[in-house]
Design a protein. Structure first.
Length: 219
Protein backbone atom coordinates (compact mmCIF):
# COMPACT_ATOMS: atom_id res chain seq x y z
CA UNK A 1 0.00 0.00 0.00
CA UNK A 2 2.86 2.37 0.78
CA UNK A 3 4.30 1.78 -2.67
CA UNK A 4 0.90 2.45 -4.25
CA UNK A 5 0.56 5.76 -2.41
CA UNK A 6 4.14 6.76 -3.21
CA UNK A 7 3.70 6.06 -6.92
CA UNK A 8 0.25 7.56 -7.37
CA UNK A 9 -0.20 10.33 -4.80
CA UNK A 10 0.16 13.11 -7.37
CA UNK A 11 -2.58 11.77 -9.63
CA UNK A 12 -5.01 11.42 -6.75
CA UNK A 13 -3.99 14.75 -5.25
CA UNK A 14 -4.99 16.42 -8.52
CA UNK A 15 -8.20 14.43 -8.64
CA UNK A 16 -9.18 15.25 -5.05
CA UNK A 17 -8.38 18.91 -5.70
CA UNK A 18 -10.68 18.96 -8.74
CA UNK A 19 -13.32 17.02 -6.82
CA UNK A 20 -13.15 19.52 -3.96
CA UNK A 21 -13.71 22.45 -6.30
CA UNK A 22 -16.68 20.68 -7.89
CA UNK A 23 -18.10 19.80 -4.45
CA UNK A 24 -17.83 23.44 -3.36
CA UNK A 25 -19.92 24.65 -6.30
CA UNK A 26 -22.42 21.80 -5.99
CA UNK A 27 -22.99 22.64 -2.33
CA UNK A 28 -23.19 26.40 -2.86
CA UNK A 29 -25.26 26.71 -6.04
CA UNK A 30 -28.05 24.91 -7.88
CA UNK A 31 -27.16 22.99 -11.02
CA UNK A 32 -28.78 25.49 -13.39
CA UNK A 33 -26.79 28.42 -11.98
CA UNK A 34 -23.56 26.41 -12.15
CA UNK A 35 -24.26 25.44 -15.74
CA UNK A 36 -24.90 29.01 -16.80
CA UNK A 37 -21.62 30.10 -15.20
CA UNK A 38 -19.70 27.45 -17.15
CA UNK A 39 -21.68 28.19 -20.30
CA UNK A 40 -20.29 31.73 -20.34
CA UNK A 41 -16.96 30.18 -21.37
CA UNK A 42 -18.46 29.00 -24.66
CA UNK A 43 -17.84 31.22 -27.67
CA UNK A 44 -14.13 30.99 -28.45
CA UNK A 45 -13.89 29.20 -31.79
CA UNK A 46 -10.63 27.38 -31.02
CA UNK A 47 -11.75 26.18 -27.58
CA UNK A 48 -15.20 25.23 -28.85
CA UNK A 49 -13.68 23.16 -31.63
CA UNK A 50 -11.25 21.50 -29.24
CA UNK A 51 -13.97 20.34 -26.84
CA UNK A 52 -16.28 19.38 -29.70
CA UNK A 53 -13.81 16.71 -30.79
CA UNK A 54 -11.88 16.00 -27.59
CA UNK A 55 -15.09 14.86 -25.88
CA UNK A 56 -14.98 11.70 -28.02
CA UNK A 57 -12.14 10.20 -26.00
CA UNK A 58 -14.86 9.37 -23.51
CA UNK A 59 -16.73 7.34 -26.13
CA UNK A 60 -17.11 3.62 -25.70
CA UNK A 61 -15.57 2.99 -29.11
CA UNK A 62 -12.38 4.82 -28.13
CA UNK A 63 -12.23 2.90 -24.84
CA UNK A 64 -12.63 -0.51 -26.47
CA UNK A 65 -10.02 0.20 -29.16
CA UNK A 66 -7.55 1.45 -26.53
CA UNK A 67 -8.16 -1.62 -24.36
CA UNK A 68 -7.49 -3.93 -27.31
CA UNK A 69 -4.25 -2.12 -28.15
CA UNK A 70 -3.03 -2.42 -24.55
CA UNK A 71 -4.07 -6.08 -24.52
CA UNK A 72 -1.78 -6.79 -27.48
CA UNK A 73 1.27 -5.53 -25.58
CA UNK A 74 0.35 -6.79 -22.10
CA UNK A 75 -2.54 -9.16 -21.44
CA UNK A 76 -2.90 -8.37 -17.73
CA UNK A 77 -2.83 -4.62 -18.25
CA UNK A 78 -5.32 -4.91 -21.10
CA UNK A 79 -7.73 -6.96 -19.02
CA UNK A 80 -7.30 -4.53 -16.13
CA UNK A 81 -8.18 -1.49 -18.24
CA UNK A 82 -11.04 -3.32 -19.94
CA UNK A 83 -12.37 -4.58 -16.60
CA UNK A 84 -12.29 -1.06 -15.15
CA UNK A 85 -14.15 0.29 -18.15
CA UNK A 86 -16.80 -2.45 -18.07
CA UNK A 87 -17.44 -2.31 -14.31
CA UNK A 88 -17.77 1.47 -14.31
CA UNK A 89 -19.83 1.44 -17.50
CA UNK A 90 -22.30 -1.14 -16.21
CA UNK A 91 -22.70 0.79 -12.96
CA UNK A 92 -23.39 4.03 -14.79
CA UNK A 93 -25.74 2.34 -17.24
CA UNK A 94 -27.86 0.94 -14.41
CA UNK A 95 -28.03 4.31 -12.67
CA UNK A 96 -28.73 6.19 -15.89
CA UNK A 97 -31.33 3.90 -17.42
CA UNK A 98 -33.06 2.21 -14.48
CA UNK A 99 -32.69 4.20 -11.27
CA UNK A 100 -32.56 7.86 -12.25
CA UNK A 101 -34.33 9.73 -15.03
CA UNK A 102 -32.73 13.16 -15.15
CA UNK A 103 -33.20 15.61 -18.01
CA UNK A 104 -30.12 17.04 -19.68
CA UNK A 105 -29.40 20.79 -19.87
CA UNK A 106 -30.64 21.15 -23.46
CA UNK A 107 -34.02 19.67 -22.52
CA UNK A 108 -34.38 21.73 -19.34
CA UNK A 109 -33.46 25.02 -20.98
CA UNK A 110 -35.50 24.28 -24.08
CA UNK A 111 -38.73 23.25 -22.36
CA UNK A 112 -38.67 24.65 -18.84
CA UNK A 113 -36.48 27.76 -19.18
CA UNK A 114 -36.98 28.81 -22.81
CA UNK A 115 -36.15 32.47 -22.13
CA UNK A 116 -32.71 31.64 -20.73
CA UNK A 117 -29.85 32.30 -23.14
CA UNK A 118 -27.57 29.29 -23.53
CA UNK A 119 -24.59 29.08 -25.87
CA UNK A 120 -24.48 25.92 -27.95
CA UNK A 121 -21.73 24.77 -30.31
CA UNK A 122 -22.67 24.23 -33.92
CA UNK A 123 -22.44 20.65 -35.10
CA UNK A 124 -22.94 19.04 -31.69
CA UNK A 125 -25.95 16.72 -31.52
CA UNK A 126 -27.75 17.60 -28.32
CA UNK A 127 -29.20 14.91 -26.09
CA UNK A 128 -32.23 15.44 -23.87
CA UNK A 129 -32.59 12.52 -21.45
CA UNK A 130 -30.59 10.15 -19.21
CA UNK A 131 -28.31 12.82 -17.88
CA UNK A 132 -27.21 11.32 -14.55
CA UNK A 133 -24.46 10.22 -14.33
CA UNK A 134 -22.27 11.07 -17.31
CA UNK A 135 -21.18 7.98 -19.21
CA UNK A 136 -18.37 9.81 -21.00
CA UNK A 137 -16.96 11.06 -17.69
CA UNK A 138 -17.22 7.60 -16.16
CA UNK A 139 -15.41 6.06 -19.12
CA UNK A 140 -12.72 8.72 -19.26
CA UNK A 141 -11.83 8.44 -15.58
CA UNK A 142 -11.92 4.64 -15.68
CA UNK A 143 -9.61 4.50 -18.70
CA UNK A 144 -7.14 7.23 -17.76
CA UNK A 145 -6.99 6.34 -14.07
CA UNK A 146 -6.18 2.79 -15.20
CA UNK A 147 -3.42 4.08 -17.45
CA UNK A 148 -2.07 6.27 -14.65
CA UNK A 149 -1.87 3.28 -12.33
CA UNK A 150 0.03 1.04 -14.72
CA UNK A 151 2.67 3.59 -15.69
CA UNK A 152 5.60 4.65 -13.52
CA UNK A 153 6.13 7.87 -15.44
CA UNK A 154 4.96 10.81 -13.27
CA UNK A 155 4.60 13.12 -16.25
CA UNK A 156 2.31 10.61 -17.96
CA UNK A 157 0.23 10.34 -14.79
CA UNK A 158 -0.33 14.11 -14.90
CA UNK A 159 -1.19 13.97 -18.61
CA UNK A 160 -3.65 11.14 -18.02
CA UNK A 161 -5.37 13.14 -15.29
CA UNK A 162 -5.61 16.17 -17.58
CA UNK A 163 -7.12 14.00 -20.32
CA UNK A 164 -9.71 12.55 -17.92
CA UNK A 165 -10.53 15.97 -16.48
CA UNK A 166 -10.89 17.68 -19.86
CA UNK A 167 -12.97 14.84 -21.26
CA UNK A 168 -15.37 15.08 -18.32
CA UNK A 169 -15.44 18.88 -18.37
CA UNK A 170 -16.21 18.84 -22.10
CA UNK A 171 -19.58 17.25 -21.34
CA UNK A 172 -20.70 20.28 -19.34
CA UNK A 173 -18.97 22.70 -21.68
CA UNK A 174 -20.99 21.23 -24.55
CA UNK A 175 -24.19 21.37 -22.45
CA UNK A 176 -24.60 17.61 -22.59
CA UNK A 177 -24.45 17.19 -18.81
CA UNK A 178 -24.71 19.05 -15.53
CA UNK A 179 -21.70 19.45 -13.26
CA UNK A 180 -23.13 16.89 -10.83
CA UNK A 181 -23.34 14.33 -13.67
CA UNK A 182 -19.68 14.54 -14.56
CA UNK A 183 -18.62 14.66 -10.89
CA UNK A 184 -20.44 11.47 -9.99
CA UNK A 185 -19.31 9.89 -13.26
CA UNK A 186 -15.70 10.58 -12.35
CA UNK A 187 -16.18 9.02 -8.91
CA UNK A 188 -17.71 5.88 -10.39
CA UNK A 189 -14.94 5.55 -12.95
CA UNK A 190 -12.17 6.09 -10.41
CA UNK A 191 -13.70 3.81 -7.76
CA UNK A 192 -14.29 0.99 -10.23
CA UNK A 193 -10.69 1.27 -11.40
CA UNK A 194 -9.32 1.07 -7.86
CA UNK A 195 -11.44 -2.00 -7.10
CA UNK A 196 -10.23 -3.80 -10.22
CA UNK A 197 -6.64 -2.65 -9.61
CA UNK A 198 -6.38 -4.16 -6.14
CA UNK A 199 -8.03 -7.35 -7.37
CA UNK A 200 -5.61 -7.66 -10.30
CA UNK A 201 -2.33 -6.51 -8.83
CA UNK A 202 -2.54 -7.86 -5.29
CA UNK A 203 -2.51 -11.48 -6.37
CA UNK A 204 0.15 -13.65 -7.95
CA UNK A 205 -2.44 -15.67 -9.83
CA UNK A 206 -2.42 -13.18 -12.68
CA UNK A 207 1.34 -12.85 -13.03
CA UNK A 208 1.29 -15.36 -15.89
CA UNK A 209 -0.78 -12.88 -17.88
CA UNK A 210 1.91 -10.22 -17.57
CA UNK A 211 3.08 -10.76 -21.16
CA UNK A 212 2.23 -9.72 -24.73
CA UNK A 213 -0.75 -11.32 -26.43
CA UNK A 214 1.47 -12.37 -29.32
CA UNK A 215 5.06 -13.57 -29.29
CA UNK A 216 6.63 -10.80 -31.34
CA UNK A 217 10.14 -12.20 -30.90
CA UNK A 218 9.14 -15.43 -32.52
CA UNK A 219 7.46 -13.73 -35.47
Amino acid sequence: MKTFVKNNWLYFFLYILALSVAAYYLLQFDKVSIHLKINKLVGNTAIDTFFKYFTHIGDGVFAIILCLIILIFNIRNGIFVLGSYLLSGITTSILKNYLYDVNRPHFVFGYFLPDTKVNYIEGVDMMGLNSFPSGHSTSAFAIFTSLALITNNKNLKIIFFIFAFLSAFSRTYLSQHWLVDITIGSIIGTTATLLIYFAFYNTNKLQRLNKPLFNFKGA
